[in-house]
Design a protein around this ligand. Structure first.
Ligand code: ZN
Length: 646
């Protein structure tokens, strides 16, 4: 804090002044704030847990053994080097044996996997899979099929004719050639050129980014029998058979043009080009656990050319990331045991209950929402599933064998395990409690389909949330953050999904118009923040997040009052509970950033700089009371200029 600053003149510096003066961003980081600090701290904890598991030689079959042995095997570069590309031999033989469309289709089916994040447009397999409830069917898990198959992440990198992108394509082609050469493939330059041109054709079939991300364009249910008619080329029976989904009656095709396009390419491209494409992507996919010559070439293109990085991350960091990816909830259990006990979860759940109770009252009293829409909002609130800390039911890893010294086999088995886990879901009822974030990740996730939100143990730690700490600070910091996220399920983003996470707008046109009218004052308020003489915050660009910040603060404050159950809060360190609540809110936004980073944020981010997010307090009556803000103070707003949307 900086107590020499008057809270009513500059609340952000009153709350954060000493920290701001004492902190500089770590080298290479343009910004540094609470999240970055927690990511660094949690990353260290996870590193320690995984490395400890690797040295204890735990009982076979335990999660400690699996985590420890996965990590050690990844770290055993000598063993990896010694094996060379031998681990790929079986798979390379299968590719070599492809002789016609049916065997090509069957092989492509085996590559269909679920390591793709459901929101990632591209992957190194021709399609991505997401097993989730349907857009209109909240009861069943459905097989969502997404476009994929590109080694570079953006469609434009293949199709844009600018010299910059043409150069990038040349660099990618050189990378393909280098990988083929390392794989012992003859004539690698010519074959690399043909692989690139196949990927360009795949990219041409992809939906443009705006369409690919448009949820209303993703909802294309295809029956099993539709594929042969609508997307000729692929032997779809062979494909689905080997993918393990031959009995699946319906699929949701996010980008039909990609399915049609890729399938046609099975017909039009030579089998040999497809086989080279598969060889390249096979080696590339496993680069991290193949000899150094391969992993260095992989970093050279993905880390340096595409990512702008100078040196590859140290092996231990890669091994930790790989272990987290293969055994997310096993590492999560170790994290929970060490840092987030059941009493932490119980306390976070109590805070969530207060937030929901506060929302119930606020929604009922909204001025801009019509009575029928309020009913729908309240039903959605009742149906909302909120997970905190860690899942109630962990993934059972007993069917996943991890063998020390077999890095490649471990990764293959991890993929097979995840695949069977996902395919098994297709036979089960959709479960809104299915966890969507790892406990050891610092973050929160909103899943509109189903209607769920998850806050990890990693984000529920000080200064956001201290399960042994002060309630007022927890509600002002973590509570406001959670209430912010909850608001998104009910705002313009959440408006397109109903209580069961089914697609369909539930606001009326009048609701929307009234909401925008109510937001206009907030737009104007943020337009007035000008950190540079030539650059002000763009109120329109950030209004969606500002509304969520304001809702978060108001609801968290209501929830804090509820938590007191009519009793007065204690004075701690000379501060009342009300003062600590708002102080914690201002402190959650602390951030140091240089001028270029600040300018970039104002120009491109839909979240305004932390200082102005902290200034959200100006709209809240209780803040004026808590800090005795006077009309002469710089942050003072006349009551009629204060905004309350939720
Ligand atoms: Zn937000």
């Amino acid at each position: 804090m900086d107590r020499s600053v008057k809270p009513g003149d500059d609340f952000y510096r009153f709350a954060n002044g000493a920290w701001l003066r004492a902190t500089t961003p770590p080298a290479g980081q343009p910004n540094f704030g609470t999240s970055a600090m927690l990511i660094a701290k949690t990353g260290e904890r996870v590193r320690t847990l995984i490395q400890a598991a690797a040295t204890t030689h735990a009982e076979p079959g335990t999660i400690e053994q699996k985590v420890g042995d996965y990590y050690s095997s990844f770290m055993d570069e000598a063993a990896i080097e010694k094996k060379g590309l031998a681990p790929l031999a079986g798979e390379l033989d299968k590719i070599s044996a492809i002789s016609n469309k049916a065997s090509l289709s069957a092989y492509l089916g085996t590559t269909l996997n679920t390591e793709v994040d459901g929101l990632t447009a591209n992957a190194d397999h021709i399609f991505g899979v997401w097993v989730n409830q349907g857009f209109t069917d909240s009861q069943h898990y459905v097989f969502h099929l997404l476009q994929g198959g590109l080694g570079m992440p953006d469609r434009d990198q293949y199709l844009d004719s600018s010299p910059k992108m043409a150069t990038l394509r040349q660099q990618y082609q050189s990378h393909i050639a280098a990988i083929l050469k390392l794989g012992g493939v003859a004539d690698s330059d010519t074959r690399a050129a043909r692989i690139l041109s196949l990927e360009v054709r795949i990219a041409q079939s992809h939906a443009p980014d705006a369409d690919a991300a448009d949820v209303f364009k993703q909802n294309n249910p295809w029956k099993c029998g539709d594929f042969n008619l609508r997307a000729p080329g692929m032997d779809w029976d062979a494909f689905f058979q080997s993918a393990g989904v031959a009995d699946q009656p319906e699929f949701i095709i996010w980008q039909p043009s990609a399915v049609t396009g890729v399938s046609a390419l099975i017909n039009s491209e030579s089998i040999d080009v497809w086989k080279d494409y598969l060889r390249f992507h096979l080696i590339e996919h496993y680069a991290s656990i193949l000899p150094k010559a391969v992993s260095s070439e992989d970093f050279f293109f993905y880390g340096t050319t595409l990512g702008g990085g100078h040196s590859a991350p140290d092996r231990a960091s890669s091994a930790i990331a790989a272990t987290n990816a293969a055994l997310p909830q096993a590492v999560g259990q170790l994290y929970m045991r060490a840092f987030f006990p059941p009493e932490a979860k119980a306390r976070a759940q109590a805070m969530v209950s207060d937030l929901i109770a506060a929302y119930r009252v606020r929604i009922a009293n909204l001025a801009w929402m019509s009575p029928e829409t309020k009913k729908k909002a309240l039903a959605k609130l009742d149906a909302l599933t909120i997970g905190v800390g860690y899942p109630d039911k962990w993934i059972d890893y007993s069917a996943f064998e991890v063998i020390r010294g077999d890095a490649f086999g471990n990764m293959r088995r991890a993929e097979a395990f995840n695949r069977s886990l996902n395919l098994a879901k297709l036979k089960q009822r959709a479960d809104p409690n299915e966890w969507r974030i790892d406990p050891q990740t610092v973050g929160a996730v909103i899943v509109f389909t189903p209607n769920s939100e998850f806050f990890s143990a990693g984000i529920l730690q000080p200064p956001y949330f201290d399960y042994q700490g002060d309630t007022a600070s927890n509600y002002g910091s973590g509570g406001a953050g959670m209430a912010h996220e909850i608001s998104h399920s009910f705002d313009e983003l959440g408006n397109i999904y109903d209580a069961q996470g089914r697609l369909g707008k539930w606001w009326t046109a009048d609701d929307l118009a009234n909401y925008h009218a109510a937001a206009a004052k907030l737009v104007a308020q943020f337009d007035g923040y000008c950190p540079f003489s030539d650059l002000c915050v763009n109120g329109k660009q950030v209004v969606g997040e500002n509304i969520a910040d304001l809702a978060g603060l108001l609801v968290a404050h209501d929830a804090y009052v509820l938590s007191l159950k009519g009793k007065a809060d204690a004075v701690i360190g000379g501060l009342t509970g009300e003062q600590r609540f708002f102080l914690a809110f201002a402190q959650r936004w602390r951030k140091v950033q240089g001028e270029p980073a600040l300018r970039r944020q104002i120009q491109t981010d839909n979240h305004p700089p932390g200082e102005y997010r902290s200034d959200t307090v100006r709209n809240v009556e209780s803040w004026y009371k808590a800090y005795e803000i006077a009309p002469s103070d710089k942050l003072y707003l006349k009551p009629e200029n204060r905004v309350a949307i939720w």
